[in-house]
Every structure is written in structure tokens, then in C-alpha cells.
Design a binder for this molecule. Structure first.
Ligand code: SAM
Length: 258
């Protein structure tokens, strides 16, 4: 499902499309592939219909359909709106790699919840084989792009190359991040009054696979200055956990508290 955003002025749904290229005013942008197919044959866009395009370089561009060919659509850019719908809290998600569909759901929800960067990690209790996940990058990229389009985001979260949990810990430890968290069962609720920098600019959150993190991984994370915590007493599925945990963190430190 690709993205729409209801405009407050006209109350119509205008399709939003992400493209990974520079855009300038009065450009004519050619869209092809699955995005153009969806716009032409599912949404049945016609000449002069409005369309919104963004490229992650700031704001979004409004234009209209200039021409439709079989599986190709051309859009004329008419106006730039410098709007941002990004959270001021930079969240880096260390996400255990899940099987294809749960991973896609986890990535979509994390994007809707405003994550800035996703670093897929191989953990001890692997949910999916390394060779399968190495081939899934396109599926993952498509999940975050369509979730950004749908949710009105003006950025698409970056997805890093999959790496071992240990190397992700080392990388995060060397970066200037205000708070490092690891979500794990049967821990205390988050108590950050002594640890956190307020207002917080950045945090890293690690979420485990279906089998959870091993105790060795939790110890390694603690050594790398991660704080283990739980939310509530229930076990969330691995694809539910990103949405619940990110909503909680955006409420405490990010733009859900505005
Ligand atoms: N049996 C596993 C275990 O013992 O950890 C359950 C793993 S759970 C399905 C997948 C991941 O979601 C966990 O590793 C954790 O990161 C996160 N998670 C699930 N429920 C949570 C909760 N209530 N609090 C914090 N994190 C949670």
C-alpha cells in the first residue's frame, strides 16, 4: 500500500511518493516501476491530478500529473513546501532480524513512529537465516519508503547493512548518543532521571528477536553502556515491540509529548 496524505484545505487524499534524486521547481519527474504502476493502475491518476513528491532533502514538493504512458507517469513540480513532520528526537533502532513478514511489519511501524535509522542485527537466537536476510534489503527498503509516504514523513529512515549485535554495540558506543536502551523482559521500568540528558536529542534502542536476547548479549550491552528496561508485564511479539516501545519513547522524550 503506497502513501496518501489528506490535505486540510481540500480534504482530498493526495498521493505522496518518495524518490531518491534531486528535485527543483518546474522539474518534470518521470516515475516508473512499481510506484508508477500503483499510481496509474491502482489509484488511476489522470492528467492534472495533484501529486506530492519528497526526496528526504527537506520538505515536500507539490505538483500535478503531466503525462501518463503505459507504466510511466510524469509529474510537473510546481511548489515546494518546507514542512517537516520529523521528530526532533533522533532514534537509532538496533532491530533483531525477523522473518520476512514480521520484519516488514516491524520496519513499517518503526517508520510510522518516527525512527531515524534502523540497524538490522544478527543475534544469538536468530529468527531468520543469515543468507535469506541478506537478500531482503529491497523488501526492507520498500517497507520504509511506503510507510514514509503513507505517514507524511519528509525523511525515509536509513537502513544499515545487517551486522552482528556485537559490532552494532561497538559502533553505537563510539557515537555521541544521549541514551542507550535495550528492551528486555523482567527488567525495571525505565528510570532515566539520573542517566538522561534532558531535553534529549538522540537515543539508541535495541529490540530482540522472537527468542529474545541471550543473557550474554544483555551483559555485553550493559558493558556498552546500554540500560535494560521493560514496559509492562506482558510479552510483546517481536513485530509489535518496535511500535509499543517507540510510542512509549516518543511520548516520554520525543514529539508525542508536544
Ligand atoms: N521469550 C523471549 C524473551 O524471553 O525475551 C521473548 C522475546 S519478545 C517476543 C521480542 C523482543 O521484544 C524482546 O527481546 C524485547 O526486546 C522486546 N519486548 C517484548 N516485550 C517486551 C516488554 N514487555 N518490555 C520490553 N521489551 C519487550
Amino acid at each position: 500500500m503506497r502513501g496518501f496524505l489528506k490535505t486540510s484545505v481540500t480534504n482530498v487524499h493526495i498521493p505522496r511518493v518518495f524518490i531518491d534524486r534531486a528535485i527543483t521547481l518546474s522539474d518534470v519527474i518521470t516515475l516508473d516501476g512499481p510506484k508508477a504502476h500503483h499510481l496509474c493502475h491502482v489509484l488511476k491518476l489522470r492528467n492534472a491530478d495533484p501529486i506530492t513528491i519528497f526526496n528526504g532533502c527537506g520538505g515536500e514538493f507539490h505538483g500535478t500529473v503531466a503525462e501518463i504512458k503505459k507504466d510511466q507517469l510524469q509529474a510537473r513540480i510546481e511548489r515546494h513546501d518546507p514542512v517537516s513532520r520529523e521528530s526532533q528526537l533522533r532514534i537509532i533502532l538496533l532491530l533483531a532480524i525477523l522473518k520476512k513478514d514480521p520484519m516488514r511489519q516491524a520496519l513499517q511501524r518503526a517508520t510510522e513512529l518516527g525512527v531515524s535509522e534502523i540497524r538490522p542485527i544478527w543475534t544469538q537466537h536468530l529468527s531468520d537465516g543469515k543468507s535469506q536476510s541478506a537478500r531482503r534489503f529491497e523488501v526492507w527498503q520498500s517497507a520504509v519508503e511506503s510507510a514514509s509516504e503513507q505517514s507524511g514523513r519528509t525523511q525515509v529512515p536509513l537502513i544499515a547493512e545487517p551486522q552482528s549485535f556485537q559490532s552494532a554495540l561497538l559502533q553505537i558506543q563510539s557515537e555521541p548518543i544521549d541514551l542507550r536502551l535495550i528492551a528486555h523482559l523482567n527488567q525495571s521500568p525505565l528510570n532515566v532521571s539520573s542517566e538522561a540528558v534532558i531535553p534529549m536529542a538522540s537515543l539508541a534502542l535495541a529490540i530482540g528477536p522472537e527468542g529474545g536476547f541471550s543473557e550474554t548479549e544483555i551483559s555485553a550491552a550493559v558493558d556498552a553502556e546500554f540500560l535494560p528496561f521493560s514496559i509492562g508485564a506482558r510479552i510483546l511479539r517481536a513485530e509489535t515491540a518496535p511500535a509499543a516501545l517507540l510510542a512509549y519513547l516518543q511520548t516520554r522524550f520525543g514529539d508525542f509529548s508536544i
